[in-house]
Design a protein around this ligand. Structure first.
Ligand code: SAM
Length: 213
């Protein structure tokens, strides 16, 4: 995605330590202390501007949410949404998901969302796809046993690839839709990319998979 440089973004993120966790490794294995309760934790990898995770947090106050995004100039928009709505059950991490094991211990996370992940269509970039086997291994290492990945995309190639990758890894497919917006799935919360692509008439693909450990 194209990222507009916002030189002030880092400082703004640092000004809200109640929402943006600067040293996530310090909380590995004890995220319940960060939230002040033992509610389940759901994370989104590649949160972008944060519409999905902030709306999920508002709709589900007994679940704790953590949004993870690489670019400070993007995640700062998620921060604005949280400040505006004063959402207590959400935190943001401005980090690279390849390092998730540094921040989360086994079973710290109950569910993981991937929404409109970058497709990296070239075969030589396969390892960068967030549904590549090394990422699935990473997710398995931080999720509870039987933890789930919920995945949405407009990209048919990435969806087909990901279903194959999930299957080769031994994940159990528990939900699939090839046209989410015309399915009977209830309670869908749209992401920024989802709105953009569905307005262009593209179907939205969605799957849920579960680790069988
Ligand atoms: N989920 C949002 C949505 O649906 O509107 C944003 C989708 S955007 C195409 C993908 C986002 O994932 C980008 O903001 C990108 O910076 C982020 N991202 C990609 N790889 C990442 C990584 N390894 N760690 C953290 N964020 C990542």
């Amino acid at each position: 995605m194209r990222v507009r440089n916002k030189p002030w973004a880092k400082d703004k993120l640092s000004s809200y330590p109640q929402y943006v966790i600067e040293n996530p490794a310090d909380h590995k294995g004890k995220w319940n202390q960060v939230f002040g309760n033992d509610n389940p934790i759901h994370i989104e990898v590649g949160t972008g501007k944060g519409r999905f995770i902030t709306e999920m947090a508002k709709a589900n106050p007994t679940i704790n949410y953590i949004g993870i995004e690489l670019f400070d100039s993007v995640i700062v928009s998620a921060l604005d949404r949280i400040i505006e709505a004063e959402i207590p059950n959400i935190k943001l991490l401005n980090v690279n998901a390849v390092n998730l094991r540094e921040y989360f211990a086994k079973s710290d996370v109950d569910r993981l969302y991937l929404n409109f992940s970058d497709p990296w269509p070239k075969k030589r970039h396969e390892k960068r796809r967030l549904t590549y086997k090394t990422f699935l291994h990473l997710y398995e290492d931080i999720l509870v046993d039987g933890g789930e990945i919920h995945f949405k995309t407009d990209n048919r190639g990435l969806f087909e690839y990901s279903l194959r990758s999930f299957s080769e890894y031994g994940l159990l497919l528990t939900f699939v839709s090839l046209d989410l917006h015309n399915s009977d799935f209830e309670g869908n919360i749209m992401t920024e990319y989802e709105e953009k692509f569905s307005l262009m008439g593209q179907p939205i693909y969605r799957s849920e998979v579960k680790f069988q450990n």
